[in-house]
Design a protein around this ligand. Structure first.
Ligand code: ZN
Length: 85
């Protein structure tokens, strides 16, 4: 018997700000995107166990981004964003 295991398989959840925020990189007032990406260990290509989560805040024009803590991400999602499709 052999087992196919791997890692990666990111799943991303996106939100967008409800008000424009100034970007000091491209100098525009734009809607920013908040992304929560979970990476999983996979077994037979099926995600099984999450091992890492990243929280990013990025400009929708130039892509300039910064990492957020989980608490900061959740506060912004709750008060400043709507789901992004
Ligand atoms: Zn920008």
């Amino acid at each position: 018997m052999f087992i196919i295991a791997g890692a990666g398989h990111p799943k991303t959840e996106k939100h967008i700000t409800v008000k424009p925020v100034h970007c000091y990189h491209c100098n525009n007032d734009v809607f920013w995107i908040l992304e929560k990406t979970k990476y999983h260990i996979t077994l037979f290509f099926i995600p099984v166990v999450p091992y890492k989560t990243e929280y990013l805040y990025s400009c929708s024009i130039c892509g300039s981004s910064s990492k957020l803590s989980k608490e900061e991400f959740e506060r912004r999602v709750q008060f400043e964003t709507r789901p992004y499709k």
